[in-house]
Design a protein around this ligand. Structure first.
Ligand code: NDP
Length: 606
């Protein structure tokens, strides 16, 4: 132990060793292959339970200027920024029965956003809307999505309940043809692909999973006809049911308390605990809201992203932290306090040590809170996360931990190994079968699989090349937006682009950039835009050359989707964000730099 560490309320050496041991227990050779796709006998898991009336319409054969694939917040922002740029001929194409994306699908009880609404909900100033509370729940976010769609007239000409099946480029006419599962053949000059980062639910490959004879569904397709109630609770249908839920990630943390208060018996099957912080929710202070100066939301979003990417605030001022009062910035506040205590001119090695100690302190706070809330000592111990802050998605929830004090709720801790098997009647862990009537999979979404697989369709570009083939060894792009050989197609994802926990911030930057490009092309009669080969090579090389910084993806982290289940995949370096997980602000600056010039460097235009 170092001299300074001796003053700590925790033992850093113990924690380093414990984190490494817990990680080793969870590493498995099959990595991402442990999960299986929802296809074939499992395709029923993907059915849309939220459609009241299927839309009946004839196949379309027509043409639009801009097609936007995906009606989640990314697609809505793209549509909004297009409208603001004066582009009228837009068609949104969306698989779900309405706009909303993540928030259309994720309607499980307790679904809510863990990022404060003032930062997360986009276009608040444009729409003149102030959320009533610091955090908003899923129904409020879905309403906001519809509000955006209505405000910007994005329902006009939209194709809902429509899944794209393929896109084919015609280099003579400079048009894409979009094929859909409704036999549409829609031609589009420009296409924006906004498929979402976590859009394809996944199932674990647990032996016997297809044998289960009870009721079962994934959290992103919640079956309220079975459970009763709605996203705000009241699951009356479960009062005589034994329910099992597999997974304890951010989704399960939000819905477990609602299951616990309604089910006759609830078993929570845990492989790795989440770190759960207090939510600190409160009503919006309307006097504060009235005092905000125009442009406040963008400034706040930028401050939040800057803090999470280690810049300490928009203007590099660490006191930007104080406008936020939740767990996302607590670690930054601990770090600031420790830096202050260390005095002036702290050497670099010491800064790294202070950072590590801040992280230990933050996680100790999380672990100590469990002891304060959960009465049964064994359960409390099992719920403690032994990894660094941000190795897994932080959770902000006040209801999850107290649920384990209920008599009808049992935590079944699999000690990092996962569930052994599933039988016709229940779930087996450590030789014990837990019989359940209903089994819910809170097992997350595909990350790290091929882009086109997650999108659900392939693209055929110049000379018949497919995107699946071009990216078989990882992404190759300019700005993460263009990929050579697929002209007029703009991609919005975090691969080779930006990542920020406040996801809509990155989506909006991309939307503004693409709207700028399309407007410019329309004004200058440009009908074909492709990435220049060298520019693409340079951009991709810059992405690959970035060392994986920050805990996410770090080799020391416990396995999870943030680090491809702890496995090395050579494609991962190509698919990471520009500047790694800490590069969002540098990425936004690159886009701004591009727009500030008038030469469109790196693009071949005709
Ligand atoms: P996750 O991938 O985070 O969690 C999946 C869970 O399933 C993990 O606990 C995992 O354990 C567990 N699991 C997988 N296989 C097995 C197995 N064989 N046996 C037992 N357990 C198993 O998915 P979520 O849906 O919870 O969250 C996904 C993401 O969605 C979040 O990270 C977040 O980005 C987003 N989200 C955002 C919210 C918001 O507030 N904005 C709210 C909810 C979700 P292990 O950890 O060991 O892999």
């Amino acid at each position: 132990m170092s001299v300074n560490a001796a003053k700590e309320a925790f033992d850093p050496d113990f924690l380093r060793q414990k984190y490494a041991e817990e990680r080793a227990i969870r590493l498995r050779p099959d990595g991402n292959q442990q999960y299986q796709e929802m296809k074939g006998e499992f395709s029923y898991f993907l059915e849309d339970p939220y459609i009241d009336e299927p839309i009946a319409r004839d196949p379309l054969e027509d043409q639009v200027e801009v097609a936007i694939i995906g009606g989640g917040l990314g697609g809505l922002l793209a549509g909004a920024r297009m409208r603001e740029a004066g582009i009228e001929d837009i068609r949104m194409i969306e698989k779900g029965g309405d706009f909303g994306g993540t928030w259309y699908w994720n309607r499980y009880p307790g679904a809510a956003c863990d990022i404060e609404a003032y930062t997360y909900l986009p276009l608040l100033e444009e729409l003149g809307y102030m959320p009533p509370r610091k955090f908003c729940d899923a129904p409020e976010i879905l309403d906001h999505c519809r509000r955006i769609a209505e405000h910007y007239r994005l329902y006009d000409n939209a194709c809902l309940q429509t899944g794209v099946s393929e896109m084919i480029w015609d280099d003579d006419t400079h048009l894409w043809t979009i094929h859909t599962d409704r036999d549409d053949k829609i031609k589009a000059r420009f296409v924006i692909m906004v498929n979402g980062p976590l859009n394809r639910p996944k199932l674990p490959g647990i032996p016997g999973i297809s044998n289960f004879k009870g009721h079962t569904f994934h959290t992103s397709r919640w079956d309220y006809t079975y459970t009763g109630g709605n996203a705000r609770g009241g699951l009356d249908g479960l009062k005589d049911k034994r329910v099992g839920i597999i997974g304890t990630g951010a989704t399960a943390v939000q819905c477990v308390s609602y299951l616990g208060e309604s089910a006759k018996q609830l078993y929570v099957f845990q492989r790795t605990p989440s770190g759960v912080d207090p939510r600190n929710d409160h009503d919006t202070d309307m006097a504060w809201a009235a005092s905000l100066e125009p442009g406040w939301q963008k400034r706040r979003q930028k401050d939040f992203t800057a803090i999470l990417t280690g810049r300490g605030g928009r203007r590099g001022e660490i006191d930007q932290l104080d406008q936020f009062d939740d767990a996302w910035v607590e670690m930054g506040k601990i770090y600031r306090r420790r830096m202050r205590e260390a005095g002036k001119d702290v050497p670099k090695e010491k800064v790294l040590e202070i950072f590590e100690m801040s992280n230990f302190e933050k996680m100790e706070n999380i672990r100590n809170r469990i002891d304060e809330i959960v009465k049964d000592k064994e359960t409390a111990e099992a719920l403690k996360p032994w990894y660094a802050f941000m190795c897994k998605r932080p959770c902000l929830d006040d209801r999850f931990l107290p649920t384990f004090n209920r008599d009808n709720v049992k935590l079944v801790d699999t000690k990092g190994q996962g569930v052994d098997s599933i039988t016709e009647t229940g779930v087996v862990v450590d030789g014990v079968e837990y019989e359940v009537d209903c089994l819910i999979f809170a097992t997350g979404f595909e990350v790290g699989t091929d882009y086109t697989r997650r999108a659900g369709y392939n693209l055929i570009g110049v000379d018949g090349q497919s995107l699946e083939d071009k990216w078989k060894d990882g992404m190759r792009t300019l700005f993460g937006i263009h990929t050579r050989g697929f002209p007029n197609c703009f991609i919005v994802s975090n691969g080779q682009a930006s990542f920020t926990a406040n996801y809509p911030d990155g989506l909006d930057e991309a939307a503004k950039h693409i709207a700028y490009l399309v407007k410019h092309f329309e004004e200058h009669n440009i009908t074909r835009c492709d990435a220049d080969a060298q520019a693409e090579k340079d951009w991709s090389a810059a992405v690959v050359g970035t060392p994986a910084k920050g805990p996410q993806g770090g080799t020391g982290c416990t396995p999870g989707y943030y680090n491809l289940e702890g496995q090395h995949d050579p494609r991962a370096r190509h698919n990471q964000p520009y500047g790694g997980m800490m590069g969002a602000n540098s990425y936004f600056e690159k886009l701004e730099e591009f727009r500030d010039g008038d030469k469109m460097p790196g693009l071949e235009l005709s």
